[in-house]
Design a protein around this ligand. Structure first.
Ligand code: HEM
Length: 404
């Protein structure tokens, strides 16, 4: 329990630190990785280069600090981050390391303003915040390991099928080499895939959504090839170019909270951009197979016919649904794309399309690149949809779009 004095210091200094966020975080990771290079096996090096993860972590600590006397309000956010941490095997013993370097950085940036009282208060507060994460994550580790077919840490899977889905997306069907059953997972969840890229000093890992439904004799991930110059694409491109049938990949158990809400029967609207289709496809397939009476509209944005993936699968699931509709927007359609006059649109999704297609309150799931998501979220910020539920997931540190 923190003293009233500590809480007062934390609350009054948190905004100052938040303002100096970038200075603090740029100090912090550099020295941490210098002294603890083993952590580079866990962190996404591309996100490090862009400073996104540092900012995400520090912003969360400041936001938590501002709520230090009522940390329970942050639990939903903590759970979302904890899923990512569990998926990446962040363990309790890592927290003091991050704490040490974050506190050092705070001291350096505040300079003389960092009195002993202030420093001690932050040390104490970090301990309390870290403990909240550690407790939530311990529960998740137990749950993942105890589930039927579940496991702890990384487990080896073999690629049993590699399927090209579009010009840039390829699916990998994965089966555990120990022949254990495939665990149940929630449609929308992801796995972390870890690889040792030849010539790289550290292991690389990325999260990929599971794009098929639970209950299949495999886990399926669908991976987008990125431009060679994008550091984010390093693992994805390695999978495309170097991983084939019978090759092995290491995976952690499914994780994530961007999942299908089955607690009510509200109409569902999926809005996906590019490879953002993957978690939504899993959810849509699940609804089609398990609850075909539910109203479902799948709105997808692709560049052109060649980059549109899963057309056949979506067509098939629409035949299962009693009240299903699938619409695709092509931003740069080619002449031979043969757009269907009822279901295919030319151009970007506009506010008027949303108003026209969305006829009732419902649950909206959005997934795609950040500009796409921001645009969709702004379209849905409409008084007529105020009782709707809007859920979204961005591929990358969550704080890039949703401050705590
Ligand atoms: C991701 C916060 C401690 C490793 C994140 C994210 C946040 C965050 C907000 C982004 C989540 C997302 O993308 O959904 C925190 C806070 C911590 C903490 C507030 C302390 C109280 C740690 C520790 C480690 C760690 C101790 C391990 C040494 C990571 C990694 C990622 C991550 C590897 C993913 C980064 C990436 O994709 O580049 N954390 N974290 N975090 N965190 Fe933490």
């Amino acid at each position: 329990m923190l003293s009233t004095k500590t809480i007062k210091i934390i609350k009054s200094t948190a905004p100052i630190l938040a303002n100096k966020g970038v200075d603090i975080t740029s100090h912090f990771y550099e020295s941490m990785f210098n002294d603890h290079p083993e952590l580079l096996h866990i962190f996404n090096h591309a996100n490090q280069k862009k400073g996104r993860q540092q900012t995400a972590l520090a912003n969360t600590v400041y936001a938590a600090a501002q709520n230090i006397d009522q940390l329970e309000v942050l639990l939903p956010k903590v759970k979302q981050i904890a899923h990512k941490h569990r998926s990446l095997q962040v363990k309790a013993e890592h927290y003091p390391i991050v704490g040490e370097y974050l506190l050092k950085a705070i001291k350096e940036v505040l300079g003389e303003a960092a009195t002993e009282d202030i420093f001690n208060a932050w040390e104490e507060a970090y301990g309390v915040i870290a403990q909240v994460f550690i407790d939530v994550e311990n529960e998740m580790y137990e749950e993942a390991a105890q589930q039927i077919g579940g496991w702890d840490g990384y487990k080896t899977f073999k690629v049993i099928r590699k399927q090209v889905e579009s010009e840039c997306i390829t699916s990998f069907y994965l089966h555990p080499v120990d022949q254990d059953v495939i665990p149940n997972f929630k449609p929308g969840q992801y796995v972390t895939v870890r690889v040792q890229i030849p010539g790289e000093k550290y292991l690389s890992n990325r999260q990929y959504s599971l794009s098929d439904i639970p209950g299949k004799p495999y886990l399926r991930i669908s991976v987008k090839r990125e431009s060679e110059h994008q550091p984010e694409g390093k693992v994805s491109n390695y999978l495309h170019d170097q991983i084939d049938i019978n090759h092995e990949l290491e995976l952690t158990a499914p994780a994530g909270e961007f999942t299908l809400n089955e607690t009510n029967e509200k109409p569902i609207y999926f809005l996906s951009g590019g490879v953002g289709i993957t978690p939504l496809l899993s959810m849509a397939k699940y609804v089609a197979w398990h609850n075909p009476n539910r109203k479902l509209t799948f709105i997808h944005a692709a560049k052109d016919g060649k980059t549109r993936a899963f057309q056949e699968e979506i067509k098939q699931l629409m035949t299962l649904l009693k009240n299903g509709k699938s619409i695709t927007f092509f931003s740069e359609p080619k002449k031979d794309d043969h757009l269907h006059e009822d279901y295919d649109y030319k151009g970007f999704i506009k506010k008027e399309h949303i108003t026209e297609m969305i006829t009732d309150q419902g649950i909206f799931y959005i997934c795609g690149p950040v500009p796409f998501m921001k645009q969709m979220i702004s379209y849905l910020n409409d008084p007529g949809l105020q009782d709707s539920e809007v859920r979204y997931e961005f591929f990358g540190p969550a704080m890039a779009i949703a401050p705590v």
